[in-house]
Design a protein around this ligand. Structure first.
Ligand code: GLA
Length: 394
C-alpha cells in the first residue's frame, strides 16, 4: 500500500513537472489509545503513528517559485518565495503556508520547491491528516535545506502553523505522534514537558480497529476551540481557590468538586473530565505494561463516557458505534478518538473476531443512519521519513 502510494505520487509529479522528483517523503496519520483533549491541558497522551500516509514527491527549483499539486483534489497552487504570506481560502494550502511562515520567521534561507502529494489518511476522520501534511512539509524543508531543526521543533512548527494559518488552537499530540512514531510502539507523551517514552504496542490476542462514522468535521467550526476556552476559564477559577495549582495536572477530583457551584455545571463537567482523563492515561500505561487488556479496555470505555457526557465532543453516530460494541464479549474497549464531533471510534477487539464485528456493525450502522461504515485495521508505524533513503530508485 505504501509502495503503491509512492509510485502514484511519483508518477503524478513527473506528469506535472516533467522531471523525476529529487525526494519522496512519507508522513503518517495517528491514532490515540487514550488521553483525549488533555494535550492542551498539560496532561499525558498515548498516541502512535499508523500505516496511513501523506506522501510528497519533491524537487528544488532555482527560480524561487513554489508549486504544490494536490493529486487527490487535482488542484494546484503556486506562489513565489518572496511573496508576503497570508492565509488563503483553500484550507489545504494553508497547511503549507503556515509552515513556511514559521520557517521564514526563523530566518531560514530556502529555494522554491515543486511538490506533488497525495494521502491515504482519510480527511476529517480524526486521524490527523492535517498534522501529517504540516509535519511532512516541515520535515522536507528541514532535510532539503539542511535547516538543523530537531524533531521536536518540527512538531512545534506544525502545531503553530495550525494555530496561525488554520485557526484551530490544537495541542501538540497529533504533530508529535506523526513525527516521533515508531513501529509497534505507542508514545507516552507528557504534554507539559514534552518528555516522552515508548511502550510496546503488543496487545497479544487483541487488535486495534478503527470504525469510521464518516461524519466529517473541521475543528475550525466543531466546538474544539470553545472547549479550550471553557477549560481555560475553569482553570483560572480553580487557581484562585488553590494557589499552588499551576496546571490541571496538579488537581484532583475532590478539589474540582469543592468548587462545583462557582464553576457552573458546564465548566465543572469539562474540568472533571480533564482531571479524570489525565489519571486514566497513567492507569492505562500501567495496564498496558501489565498486559491487563481488560483493564485497558475498561478505561477506554470510561474515557468515552466522559467525552460524550461531560466534555460533550462526541456525536450520535459515534455514540452508536461505541454502544454497539459495549456488550460484545470480543471487544474489551472502545471510544471516540481524536478531536471528536465525528471521525472514528477506536476498538480493542479479539483478533479472530475482527471481521465478524465489522460485518455486524456495518449492517447495524447502515440500518440506523444509512451511512456506509468504513473500517481500518491499522498497524503502528514509523514517523515522518525520507522514503528514498531506504528505497532508492523508486
Ligand atoms: C485534535 C487536536 C489534538 C488533540 C485532539 C483531542 O486531534 O489536534 O491536539 O487535542 O484533538 O485529543
Amino acid at each position: 500500500m505504501k509502495k503503491k502510494l509512492v509510485q502514484q505520487v511519483t508518477a503524478s509529479f513527473k506528469e506535472q513537472f516533467n522531471a523525476e522528483p529529487g525526494y519522496v517523503f512519507l508522513s503518517p496519520g495517528r491514532i490515540n489509545i487514550i488521553g483525549e483533549h488533555v494535550d492542551y491541558n498539560d496532561g499525558f497522551v498515548l498516541p502512535a503513528a499508523i500505516n496511513k500516509y501523506v506522501c510528497f514527491a519533491v524537487s528544488e527549483n532555482e527560480d524561487g517559485q513554489n508549486t504544490f499539486f494536490a493529486k487527490d483534489l487535482n488542484e494546484s497552487y503556486s506562489f513565489n518565495l518572496n511573496d508576503e504570506l497570508k492565509p488563503v481560502d483553500k484550507m489545504w494550502v494553508n497547511f503549507f503556508l503556515g509552515v513556511l511562515q514559521q520557517m521564514k520567521e526563523r530566518g531560514f534561507a530556502m529555494k522554491g520547491l515543486n511538490i506533488a502529494f497525495s494521502s491515504t489518511v482519510p480527511m476529517g476522520a480524526g486521524l490527523s491528516s492535517s498534522a501529517a501534511v504540516e509535519c511532512g512539509y516541515a520535515f522536507a524543508l528541514n532535510k532539503i535545506f539542511d535547516l538543523g531543526l530537531t524533531k521536536e521543533e518540527i512538531a512545534l512548527i506544525g502545531q503553530k502553523s495550525e494555530h496561525t494559518y488554520v485557526g484551530v488552537n490544537c495541542g501538540i499530540m497529533d504533530q508529535f505522534a506523526s513525527v516521533f512514531g515508531k513501529k509497534n510502539k505507542v508514545i507516552k507523551l507528557d504534554c507539559n514537558t514534552l518528555e516522552y517514552e515508548y511502550h510496546n504496542a503488543d496487545f497479544k490476542d487483541y487488535a486495534l480497529l478503527l470504525l469510521d462514522s464518516k461524519v466529517k468535521h473541521t475543528h475550525l467550526t466543531s466546538g474544539y476551540n470553545d472547549r479550550r476556552n471553557e477549560v481555560e476559564q475553569g482553570l483560572a477559577i480553580l487557581k484562585q481557590h488553590y494557589p499552588e495549582v499551576k496546571t490541571f495536572r496538579d488537581l484532583n477530583e475532590a478539589q474540582v468538586e469543592a468548587v462545583k457551584d462557582e464553576l457552573g455545571d458546564v465548566i465543572y463537567r469539562r474540568c472533571l473530565f480533564v482531571v479524570r482523563e489525565i489519571q486514566r492515561v497513567l492507569d492505562a500505561v500501567a495496564a498496558l505494561e501489565n498486559q491487563d487488556f481488560a483493564e485497558l479496555g475498561r478505561l477506554m470505555y470510561a474515557t468515552h463516557t466522559g467525552l460524550s457526557k461531560n466534555y460533550e465532543v462526541s456525536c450520535e453516530e459515534i455514540d452508536f458505534l461505541v454502544d454497539s460494541v459495549r456488550n460484545d464479549e470480543n471487544v474489551l474497549g472502545a471510544r471516540m478518538m481524536g478531536g471528536g464531533f465525528g471521525g472514528c471510534s477506536i476498538n480493542l477487539v479479539k483478533k479472530e473476531a475482527v471481521n465478524g464485528l465489522i460485518e455486524r456493525i456495518a449492517k447495524e450502522y447502515k440500518e440506523k443512519f444509512n451511512i456506509k461504515l468504513e473500517a481500518y485495521k491499522v498497524k503502528i508505524a514509523k514517523g515522518t521519513t525520507l522514503y528514498t533513503e531506504q528505497h532508492a530508485g523508486i
